[in-house]
Design a protein around this ligand. Structure first.
Ligand code: NAG
Ligand code: CU
Length: 494
């Protein structure tokens, strides 16, 4: 017995030595028969004092140690791989720190003149896998100074305008005439793909802000193009006609050579320019006696509906495809407007089907979202979590002009600062059958769980669970928190 112990010790020491040359060990570990194992077995056989049984035991021990060694190497390897992986992910993360939030610098300037500009955010350009659900959409924002005119143009996408601020006029061209509509704050106007249109700021001083969602025409499903086609124009804005050959222009317009070109040369005012008061009166919409007379639907004001939720902490207005007069019928799109009272928050909720593109139009605040698709171990996160949890907190400060997107299924909150109401307009795409499901508030999905499932899910009695989740307010709450430094401290102690 004593001899066998001594024997195991010898084999152990042998392998310890081998482990010290671990580089070598890793290199050869994958070979069919480990030379070390061969040597070990060979040495067992060479021991003169061993009988056959001793030799057998000796060789078994060799095999055991060999197995252990292999396992250890495997673990080391795995660890190394995981480490490399983590590095990769961290790198990815750094490159695309927060693919869900967009600031000024993420927008492309499409038009920039003295009298106005158009900024565009094409989701397709963002090239993050996490934005797959959004890549067919684009958002443009028009900012026009007093009495500015945006030259007639069309898009090859459907456009849903939302008049954020100011007083506008939109002119839409049909085959044989133009229909004009006044736009007020909160108005939604659908412009079918390809419709020639122009916009005017009918106020002399106040700026006009119009946000527009671009989406592929009904049946198509492809990334949108935010490039406008300016037709009735000249050199600047450049008319699409300038792309055609002189011969084609001569024949098409029955005009002598070069006449049309010099005619086009005369427009040099740019894509947005200020117009005269007398021109403005020529663009004023006619009072329509019969509201359903035209080809286009009148603008629909988002505030004309009762809010879906409203209390002293905020209100939420919604307009969806079921609203026949909204123009959104058949579009699978819902527009929402949240007005979160200063110092309040929206509940933690998610959309079951809709993907949300949100634009902050007034106030400041915070956005938080849980996402399981991003690495949880960013280099600056102090709390390493166990590898099984990987809900990354996406957060951002919100201010006017910030855009954030929330894919379906992702729980999130928005919080208004103590100083101002936070106002957010959202384009929710894929809105059919969508529900907003909340984790907190009067109707929440936890309270709605049946008793047994509640008990099982939390490992607490259903009554205890209800105590936490029961709440009378719905959807908007005060953002009441204890001293923040205390909260941080509590977390660090965990
Ligand atoms: C937002 O809510 C405030 C009350 O908190 C109200 O005075 C204001 O008119 C609302 N604004 C909009 C645009 O609904
Ligand atoms: Cu995600």
């Amino acid at each position: 017995m004593a001899m066998k112990t001594k024997l195991s010790l010898a084999i152990f020491l042998f392998f310890l030595l081998a482990l010290l040359c671990s580089n070598l060990a890793i290199a050869i570990g994958r070979e069919e028969t480990d030379p070390e194992l061969k040597t070990c077995i060979h040495q067992c056989k060479q021991q003169r004092q061993y009988d056959e049984e001793d030799k057998g035991i000796c060789m078994d021990k060799c095999e055991d140690y060999h197995r252990m060694k292999q396992e250890r190497e495997k673990r080391q390897h795995q660890h190394q791989r995981e480490h490399e992986h983590q590095h990769e992910r961290e790198h990815e993360h750094e490159e695309d720190e927060n693919p869900y939030v967009f600031e000024d610098r993420d927008f492309e300037t499409k038009i920039d003149t003295d009298d106005g500009r158009v900024m565009a955010l094409n989701m397709f350009d963002q090239k993050s896998k996490l934005l797959r659900n959004f890549e067919n959409y684009g958002l443009t924002i028009l900012e026009a100074k007093g009495h500015a005119f945006v030259s007639p143009h069309h898009f090859d996408s459907e456009v849903i305008f939302f008049n954020v601020k100011g007083r506008g006029i939109i002119g839409l061209v049909m085959e044989d005439k133009t229909e004009r509509f006044n736009l007020e704050a909160g108005d939604i106007m659908r412009v079918p793909a390809g419709t020639p249109m122009y916009l005017v700021n009918r106020d002399e001083n106040e700026k006009l802000f119009v946000a527009a969602l671009h989406m592929p025409p009904s049946s198509a499903s492809a990334p949108v193009n935010l490039e406008a086609f300016f037709g009735p124009a000249g050199r600047d804005p450049e008319s699409v006609l300038t792309a055609f050959s002189s011969k084609v222009l001569q024949a098409a317009f029955k005009s002598p050579k070069g006449k049309l070109e010099s005619f086009l040369d005369e427009q040099n005012k740019g894509r947005i320019f200020k117009i005269q008061k007398e021109d403005l009166s020529g663009l004023a919409p006619k009072k329509s006696i019969w509201p359903f007379g035209g080809q286009f639907k009148n603008p629909f004001n988002i505030f004309s509906n009762n809010p879906a939720f409203s209390n002293q902490f905020g209100s939420l207005f919604e307009v969806g495809p079921s609203e026949i007069t909204s123009g959104l019928d058949g579009l699978n799109l819902m527009l929402t407007f949240a007005n979160i009272t200063k110092g309040s928050m929206s509940t933690i909720y998610y959309n079951t089907n809709a993907n949300k593109i949100a634009l902050v139009i007034d106030g400041e605040g915070e956005f938080e979202m849980a996402c399981p698709h991003m690495s949880s171990s960013s280099s600056h996160s102090k709390q390493r979590r166990s590898s099984s949890t990987s809900y990354q907190k996406i957060n951002a400060r919100l201010r006017p002009g910030t855009v954030f997107v929330v894919p379906a299924g992702h729980p999130f909150v928005t919080i208004a600062s103590k100083n101002n109401n936070l106002k957010i307009v959202c384009f929710e795409v894929n809105a059919q059958r969508n529900k907003k499901l909340a984790f907190a508030g009067k109707n929440n999905i936890v309270s709605a769980l049946d008793k047994t499932a509640k008990k099982l899910a939390f490992d607490k009695s259903a009554e205890k669970v209800d105590e936490i989740f029961k709440r009378d307010e719905e959807f908007f709450f005060p953002y009441d928190v204890e001293d923040e430094s205390k909260e941080e401290h509590g977390r660090a102690d965990e």
